[in-house]
Design a protein around this ligand. Sequence first.
Ligand SMILES: C[S@@+](CC[C@H](N)C(=O)[O-])C[C@H]1O[C@@H](n2cnc3c(N)ncnc32)[C@H](O)[C@@H]1O
Length: 232
Amino acid sequence: MKKKVPIDFKVSAASRGRRSKKKKRRKLSKRRGVKVKEKAKEEGVTPLVEKYWLQRYDLFSRYDEGIKMDEEGWFSVTPEEIAVRHAEMSRGGVVIDCFTGVGGNAIQFAKMSCHVVAIDIDAKKVELAYNNAKIYGVEDYIDFIVGDFFQLASSLEGNGDIAFLSPPWGGPSYKAIENFTLDRLKPKDGYSMFQVAQTITPNIIMFLPRNIDLHQVEELSWLSSPPLSVRD
Ligand SMILES: C[S@@+](CC[C@H](N)C(=O)[O-])C[C@H]1O[C@@H](n2cnc3c(N)ncnc32)[C@H](O)[C@@H]1O
């Protein structure tokens, strides 16, 4: 004969089972978290960029083949999918990538059959961009220049079909700003930057944060004739 089990015992046994499953799951994910942290440490990733390292394949799909970045590069590189969309706006020709960084955009423009003039003020960034372009097999389509875009602009007049502007947004804290105004862009405000780019070509692509002041962007687009389009 089956032994009757008191109801409250059944309940507590079941919940004990659930609790131990939860405990196991927590243990497992903790162990996985520790492993991920160890792998990041092995690669020399600092705690500040760990979050970006977790998204490494979104930044560069060929990350495992030898992509290299410095700390600023981790949080300032354009994610590959977005860089592809930027590149799709071009139709070949010469693209002046005025703030190249570690090469996220330059690589995609080069893949889209553009010739790219890649400028960055930081020699280390240019070295990293060259390394990364080699991973994608496009280094021969890019001229790498260490220099200040604002100083080089006059020598580039009429030499580019597109000027691509991906200036620093002032670090990850830009996200906390409700209305990101153009004066926050570095190293100069967005209006000056845009005007300098206009001396090279009327075709300008500017990559701005989502929280940008849209009224200002509209004003900026009117500086161009015909006015530039704004895309989300
Ligand atoms: C947002 S990052 C560019 C990211 C790049 N689009 C990518 O996908 O890797 C901006 C870069 O502008 C560079 N920079 C800052 N001032 C500059 C200047 N005056 N001339 C050229 N580059 C500059 C910084 O060194 C930094 O690498």
